[in-house]
Design a protein around this ligand. Sequence first.
Ligand code: SF4
Length: 212
Amino acid sequence: MEESIRWLQEKRIQKTLKALRGRGFRAHYFSAPTSAAQWVLEEARDATFIGVGGSVTVRELGVVEVLQEQGKTLFDHWQVEDPHEALKVRRSQLTCDLFLSGINAVTESGEIVNMDGSGNRVAAMAFGPRKVILVGGINKLVSNLDEAYRRIRRIAAPVNAHRLGLKTPCAKGGECTDCDSPQRICNVSLVLHRRPIFSDVAVVLIGRSMGY
Ligand code: SF4
C-alpha cells in the first residue's frame, strides 16, 4: 500500500515537473530536504544579497543559517523586530541577487499560486531579484487553480495566521470568513502562469510534507 502511494505521488510529481518546465520554469525534485538544501546552497553560491520570503519551508530546509555563516547579506524580515526596519528589509528583497521563498500551492498543470498580506513576497517572485527559488513540499501539490485557492483559505492562511498570533477569524476558529480584519493575510494573490519575462524562476519540489 505504502509503495502504491509513493508510486502515485511520483506520477503526480513528474507530471507537475514536466508542466512547470513547459511554462518556462526550472523545476527540480528531491526526495529528501537535505538534497534540496544542498542544491539551493549551490545555486546561492554567486549571490551576495539574498532575500528570504516569509516561508516556514525555507526555514525547515536549514539554508538560512548556512548562508549567514557563509557571510551572505540576508534580507530576512523574520529576523528584524523593529517594524520600520522590517519594512526596509522587505523593500531590499525586491532587488536582491537571489530571492528564496516557499509556495502556497502548485498545480499539476504547472501554475504557482501564492497569497500575501503585504505583497512583498509575491512582488519579489514576479519581478526584481536576479534569481528566484521557490521551494515546496509534496503537500503543496494541487490539481488546479480552484484547489489551490481552497488550499490557501482552508490550510495555509489559517495555520499561518494562528502561528503568527493574528487577530483574524481563521486564527481563532480555524475557518476562513473572507474577513475584513486589519491583519488579514489574504490581500494579494499571484499566479505565475508562466515564467515572468525578466525573471529566472526555479521551483524545487520535495518529496515530503513541509511548511503549510
Ligand atoms: S480572509 Fe481572513 S479569515 Fe480568511 S483565511 Fe484570510 S485572514 Fe483568514
